[in-house]
Design a protein. Sequence first.
Length: 65
Amino acid sequence: MSKFEWRKQLKELYLPKNQPIKIEVPAMKYFTIEGKGNPNSERFKENIEILYALSYAIRMMPKKE
């Protein structure tokens, strides 16, 4: 599995032009957390820690193979 070079493959999304243009954003998979309330709460902190751990683990999976 080769590295996905997002700057080269999705230039229109990540490296915008100087003038506004209309773009189509392709379907993507990503993690989110939902909720409302104070972002300084303990619950929010716990959710962010879990989100980070999941994202990091998945990012490192190709390196462990």
